[in-house]
Write a protein that binds this ligand. Sequence first.
Ligand SMILES: [Ca+2]
Ligand SMILES: [Ca+2]
Length: 218
Amino acid sequence: MLFLVRLAVFLSLCGCSNAQGQTKEEDTEEVKIEVLHRPENCSKTSRKGDLLNAHYDGYLAKDGSKFYCSRTQDEGHPKWFVLGVGHVIKGLDIAMMDMCPGEKRKVIIPPSFAYGKEGYAEGKIPPNATLMFEIELYAVTKGPRSIETFKQIDTDNDRQLSKAEIELYLQKDFEKDEKPRDKSYQKAVLEDIFKKNDHNGDGFISPKEYNVHQHDEL
Ligand SMILES: [Ca+2]
Ligand SMILES: [Ca+2]
């Protein structure tokens, strides 16, 4: 089951945008982060590609009205999402970096990092709205696109994932799975991964194509 989830995320992340950095010169607006509470014991912090579990409340900055509360949805379960890959608005991807489990933050997100000129949800978020979020992070787990996973797949350590390396990784994952899979299914999965991730078509998946942070000691 875990395999299926991982695979689904692996496959679905192909078209994701780079949430950070690339649009910096676009404007001078920035995401403001205020740390409300940081646990004393903070051994690991959130990074791009990590799977996060968090509650967040969203408010319109102009009048403080609440437009979103994760606590009132899904029977109050905190939300799971992969950080830094566009699963949430750009501003939240930025605001939740380097956070430790148990940390609380208040963040101000300008419209260019939120819903922009268009607004969202039929005026629930009006055009050009600055948003304020209160975030409480519960858990940080290494996501499917972590640097650890990349290194695990890259058995010859040349910073490129070859078809053979990914095939081996899939093979191990399939073996963990209860149900036996035939070779053709595995081959189809492999082809699909390359179709969606090998953007320059050189037959390898680079760290960039895999979408992990370049400066994470690769
Ligand atoms: Ca390799
Ligand atoms: Ca490539």
